[in-house]
Design a protein around this ligand. Sequence first.
Ligand code: 5RP
Length: 218
Amino acid sequence: MTQDEMKKNAAWAALEYIPRDTVVGVGTGSTVNHFIDALASIKHEIKGAVSSSEQSTKRLQALGIEVFDLNSIDSFSVYVDGADEINRQKHMIKGGGAALTREKIVAAVADSFICIVDQSKQVDVLGTFPLPVEVIPMASSYVQRELTKLGGKPVLRAGVTTDNGNVILDVHQLAITDPLKLEQQINNIVGVVCNGIFAHRAADMVLVGSADGTQVIR
Ligand code: 5RP
């Protein structure tokens, strides 16, 4: 079974946990693309979606799912998104698709976060995947120096502008043994919009696709 088939299995398994007649929070990425396809199969049973990126919005709308402005929604039950890495505490690294800021905002509003991944995303310690950090463009050099002081090796992601008009620094060589602390430390650097550690808002449930089926971790 390919990695993409494992992603697809996890994504379709999430349908079982989507409450009907509500708005659904939708993340970004190749795993989420499978989830959007799955969501289209029950589109007449949900009110619509709130989206974490222009990319997901386009796919949702193309499949006939209404996308609501987050500011028009006070609350909703479930946010479904992928991850680049996830540890046993359900802390994640996200932002491989550069959508981390909107993902963190939509996840913050949701009552629960269902993470859909293939088994290759499970790790003991976060940090092998370079940590994405969204930065205001004029602060890029300053933030790189500050991230270096924290022990990382930041690299500007070439040719990428986020949906918010910012740049992404990918921080290599971080062994993230205390994700809660590092998430806060990086947020405190002036010029950082958001970082891809999702520890303060961890997942509540993980659906892990593998060749043996989909494992549910609560
Ligand atoms: C996008 C993300 C994605 O959830 C993450 O990169 C995983 O992507 P994929 O499902 O394509 O492996 O955080 O910003």
